[in-house]
Each structure stands twice: as C-alpha cells, then as structure tokens.
Design a protein around this ligand. Structure first.
Ligand SMILES: [Ca+2]
Ligand SMILES: [Ca+2]
Ligand SMILES: [Ca+2]
Ligand SMILES: [Ca+2]
Ligand SMILES: [Zn+2]
Length: 637
C-alpha cells in the first residue's frame, strides 16, 4: 500500500490500536547489527540513538523468536521455489545462483548501499548475442520499497526465474529474453527487508528507510518503538479486562471484540500495539524506526512532511533512492516500469496528483491496453488511477519514472485477503458493495474478521493468529496479548505464494511483450527523373507501446527517434512525412532533409518519402532511445 496502513486484516481492535500510531517501529534486538553477504563492514550505518528507558519500564527480555512463518533454511537452488519467503540474504543468494546457472544471460549490479550499508542488488537479463541491453526496450521491475512489503521481492525473483529457466524451452520467454532488457531490483528497501524478518513486527510496521526521525518532536529519536513483550517475534495487540471499557467479547468468536452500544456493559479496553512506554513520557510506542517513506522521497513533485507524513527532510534523502535514480537515468531505454507493493490487489497508474491531469489521452490509451489485460491476468486485481481512485501522493516513484525516465509505469499492490476465503456471490440485483475490508473499517462489524479467523483455523491450521494470552505488563499490570502475526494480513500464506508471484510476474511479461517492436521497410526506389529517386520508408511497430511515450514528447524528456538516409554517392534533396488516407500528402521538411524525427505509434506505422539524387547504395537507419535500432540498405539504379 502506498500510504495508509490499510491493513487488509484490520480489526476494529487493530484499527483503534494503530490509528494514533501510524508510524511504528521496532525495538532493535541485540543482534540487529547488519550483516551483508558481500560487505563485511557497514560503511554508512547511522548510529542508533541510545534508548532511554525509565526504571521499571524495561521490556521483558525477549527469548529468541521463532523462525518467521514461511522462512526456510533450505539451500537456495535453481529453479527457485516460491513456497517460502526469501530473507534479504536469501534474495542475494537467489540472484547469485541464477547468475551461476545463466551467466551468459544475466549480470548482477550493486546499485548502491543502504543507510545500514547493505547492498542493493539489480539483476539484468539480456541476451548479448541479440544485442546490447541499451539497444533493446527496457523493462524495469522493483519491489519492497516499503520494508514490510516483502512478497514484492518474490514477484521479482519469480519473473527472473521464469525468464531464465524457460529460456529456450518456451517460445514467449525465449523471445522476451532475446528482445528485451530486464532490469530487476527485488528489494529496494534492503534494510527494511532485513529487519522485517529479523525483528519483531506487525504486518504493517517496518516500512521506513533507516533514517532516524523524531516523530513526536520530543528531541529524542526513535526512542519508543513497539516492543515484543512475549518474545514471539510478532507485535500483536494488547487488551485489558475493564468493566468500563468500550468493547465486549464477540459472542460469535470470543477472540474478537465488538464496540459496545450506548447502555451496554463494557468488558475490554484495547491498549494498542504490544509494547511499553520506553521513554516514560506517558505515551506508548509513539516513536519507532524512521519514518521516511521511500515512496514519498523521490525528487519530483515532492512535498515536505507537514504536507505529507514520511516524505523526508528533502527529496532523495534515502541513499538507496539516489542510487536507483542514477541507475534509471543511465538506462534511458527503459519504457516500462513496475513497482510492486502490498496490498489490496491494484495496478495503479499515474498521475499521482490531480494537478498533473490531464494525462495525454494517447498515453491513457496505452495504459488502458496494459491495465485492462493485467486485470484478467491477475483476477481480483483492479486497474486504477492513483490520485483519483486511491489518494494523491507527492514525490512518489512512478511519478519519477513517468516524467523523468519516460516509462509507462505501474504500481502493483499485491494480495487481496478476500482470496483467502469463500464469499457467496452477491444476490442478483443487490447493490454493489465496497470490498469487505473497507466495509469492516467503516462499519466496525466483524464479519470479515470471522471469515479470516476461519481461514486461519481451517486452512492454515492456526499459523496466522495468536490467541489472547495473559501477560504481566510492567506499566499496565495484567493484560492479554494476541492477534494477527506479522506474516499475515498483507502477505499470502506460503502455500498461496506460488500463484501470486507467477500471475503478477505474468503481468510484467505481458507488458514486456507489448514494448515497441520496430521494423523498417524501404520500398523499392521509384525513378522519377535521371538520377532522381523517390524512396518510401515505412517504420512499423508491432508492439502496443509506442517507441516513446507521448508524455516524453510533450515534455521533451528525451530526444525523439531519428530516421536518417545516407550513402556515399547520394544526396537527399527533400523528405517529408506521408499522411492522409486515401489521398496521401507529403509534408516536406524545410531543413536537413536527410534526417527525420519521429515516434512510432503502438500497433502502427509511420511513413516518409525521401527524394534522393545520385547512384549507388542508400542506407536508411532508424535509431530510438527505447525501441532499438534498425538499418536497411537499397541500391539506386
Ligand atoms: Ca521522539
Ligand atoms: Ca509479541
Ligand atoms: Ca513513550
Ligand atoms: Ca515502546
Ligand atoms: Zn507500499
């Protein structure tokens, strides 16, 4: 999710618990110093401020947390498996084993370093035998800019795994590897990925880049994160028996609570997320890790934190984002971008703010081709417009890739909790309902929660939910701790992961297949006079995506494609673009007739007529930043 902690699992309890605690962090475990497989010493680690802890407010020493659900210690081998999640180190290992298996088709780059000194890896898939990567339409895919949104990384790995393991076996994959350059960064927020696995978390915490911020403006930095009091590796919810509380036990499922109506007797007070008041300021868990949101910190259309929380003190404050920005502008062939997040089942396109409307309608048409097909590739996911259908955002990634990289850009919000359980189809004629999660948030009824608990009980055999358990809290006394575990709610249970990653990687593969595929036709020169020839050149694009976005042309982001006619014994007298049907006209170009500037529309063509004098060989060369090159030679005789 891009902004709200719109947890699919939101219970009323969790909603209340998190509403005042939008920016959560974790207590760093004693062993949380970063260890990277390739760099022994974190170079630019930001020192963690001392945690001021008042006497009597020490969290219970957490016992070693169990391995998170879906994490394996098995050796990573090719083909990659997607019945488990990959820790930060395992993402690196997965890239290394893919590279070892397909050294001729892959390269691994360290794009940059994170705040804690971890490597940010990119894998390029390109077949050098069919040309240099920069000469092919580039497809960029990343994930996990939000530290907790880990399955985005598995989608990236799944894409790589599919392209490589099916190369030479499956015609579409062979064509994709031969025709496109794929640039894949499975984890953008590498510190976030590391800490999500290693630290206690809830499904929505640990999103931030590791840039300490004083969220509550008390002069201390990250001084009061959530605390894993029972040491189970999860940050759950705390509640206390209270006859004056605002909640009572849900009679249909005693694990759930219902807000009391006026006149009803209360039974529970919800104390919020698991933790203590570390700094003794009377508030619990009010200043956790960060908060700098990587998807609000890009150097375009940026707004400061008083406009939009988490945007950082200045654009590109996060070192990883600076590195990735450079990586992208160094690869101007990129024309398609997918950035994966969780959750909600959405493919969002820009613009990110209303002020950027209207989008060029020709670009909208291209997005519609991609988006409407992606909806069919990933059932239940919706193709939406970012600012209008969700909310406006400033300084976000796809605004950067739309307007600086000149790429058709999507945010993929992975996973819909509704896929976990069966819902009867609506009765014919019944009014359309918002998604069940939204209904629960609005209406505070527990229907959806009960469904999810059944899924937990009968399909995951209890993996996803911790039943309430008594705990002696140093500040609140007798409390209970329970609720959804960190590997729930926004992440599919591992048994559902294979399907999710394959379908969403297929969305990328569909878009890749639509990238411009430009060919040149030089029709036979027509002799119009002694030594004077009419040469008709047709540039055809078999992809749905044009050779340059209309936005890029409008904003002059990139040079347009060129079509150049040359030859030792020839001189171009005039040339012009052919238009009009059925009667054609040629609009002659006043200067430098030997070169034309153009864009080749998707599923379309563009034609030029050159008037050439002389004899001998004539070469027509097409060159595009994003659609590659093509050359044809004809003889004038
Ligand atoms: Ca603070
Ligand atoms: Ca816990
Ligand atoms: Ca506090
Ligand atoms: Ca705390
Ligand atoms: Zn996100």
């Amino acid at each position: 999710m891009r902004k709200l902690h719109w947890v699919g699992t939101i219970t009323l309890a969790a909603l209340v618990a998190s509403s005042s605690l939008a920016l959560q962090g974790q207590a760093p475990p004693a062993t949380a110093t970063s260890a990277t497989p390739t760099s022994a010493t974190p170079t630019s680690a930001t020192p963690k401020p001392a945690q001021p802890v008042k006497a009597g407010a020490t969290a219970q020493p957490a016992k070693a947390a169990a391995t998170p659900l879906g994490v394996t210690t098995d050796k990573i081998t090719v083909p990659l498996r997607f019945d488990h999640y990959y820790t930060y180190e395992q993402v690196g290992e997965a890239l290394r084993v893919l590279h070892a298996a397909y050294p001729q088709l892959t390269t691994i780059d360290v794009v940059g370093k994170s705040e804690e000194g971890r490597d940010i890896w990119a894998m390029t898939v390109n077949n050098p035998k069919t040309g240099a990567a920069l000469d092919k339409p580039g497809v960029y895919v990343d994930g996990n800019i939000h530290g907790n949104e880990i399955q985005a990384g598995e989608v990236c790995l799944s894409l790589l795994n599919r392209l490589l393991t099916a190369y030479g076996q499956n015609d579409q994959m062979t064509k994709a590897v031969d025709r496109n350059a794929f640039y894949v960064i499975p984890s953008v927020n590498v510190d976030g990925r590391y800490h999500f696995f290693s630290d206690p978390n809830d499904p929505s915490s640990n999103r931030s880049f590791r840039i300490p911020k004083d969220d509550d403006r008390d002069g201390l930095i990250d001084e009061d994160p959530a605390d894993d009091l029972d040491g189970d590796g999860n940050i759950c919810t705390m509640r206390r028996k209270d006859p004056f509380g605002q909640y009572r036990t849900d009679p249909e499922d005693p694990r759930l609570m219902i807000r009391i109506k006026p006149g009803e007797k209360g039974e529970w007070t919800i104390l919020g997320e698991e933790g203590i008041d570390n700094d003794g300021d009377g508030r619990v868990n009010e200043d956790g890790e960060g908060y700098v949101d990587g998807n609000r910190n890009w150097g375009i259309n940026w707004a400061p934190p008083y406009v939009q929380a988490g945007s950082g003190d200045y654009p590109f404050e996060a070192s990883g984002l600076r590195a990735i920005a450079k990586y992208l502008v160094d690869r101007p062939n990129i024309i398609v971008v997918f950035a994966f997040h969780n959750n909600g089942g959405m493919y969002l396109r820009g613009p990110s703010t209303k002020a950027e409307e209207p989008m060029n309608p020709a670009d909208t048409g291209v997005y519609d081709i991609l988006g409407r097909n992606v909806e069919k590739i990933v059932p239940g996911y919706r193709y939406l417009v970012s600012w209008k259908d969700l909310y406006p955002t400033y300084g976000d990634f796809t605004d950067f890739t739309d307007n600086v990289v000149g790429a058709y850009s999507f945010v993929g919000e992975l996973f819909v909790t509704e896929t976990e359980s069966y819902r009867p189809p609506p009765k014919p004629g019944a009014p359309a309902q918002p998604p069940a999660d939204v209904m629960d948030m609005m209406g505070g009824n527990n229907d959806r929660e009960r469904e999810r608990l059944k899924f937990n009980d009968y399909v995951t055999q209890g993996d996803l939910y911790r039943p309430w358990k008594a705990f002696k809290h140093p500040q609140f006394g007798e409390v209970e701790i329970g609720g959804w575990v960190k590997m729930s709610s926004r992440l599919p249970h591992p048994f559902m992961l294979t399907d999710l990653v394959h379908r969403n990687a297929s969305a990328v593969l569909f878009a890749a297949a639509q990238t411009p595929s430009v060919t040149l036709d030089v029709l036979a020169p027509e002799k119009v006079d002694a030594d004077l020839y009419k040469v008709r050149v047709r540039v055809v694009n078999a992809g749905s995506i044009p050779s340059l976005t209309y936005n890029a042309i409008q904003r002059k982001i990139h040079p347009q494609d060129t079509l150049e006619v040359s030859g030792a014994g020839v001189k171009v007298i005039a040339d012009g673009k052919v238009s009009g049907m059925p009667i054609e006209t040629v609009a002659y170009k006043p200067y430098r007739p030997e070169v034309q500037f153009l864009q080749v529309p998707g599923n379309g063509k563009i034609e030029f007529e050159f008037l050439v004098s002389g004899k001998g060989e004539l070469t027509v060369a097409y060159q595009s930043l994003k659609a590659g090159k093509a050359t044809k030679t004809v003889a004038l005789q």
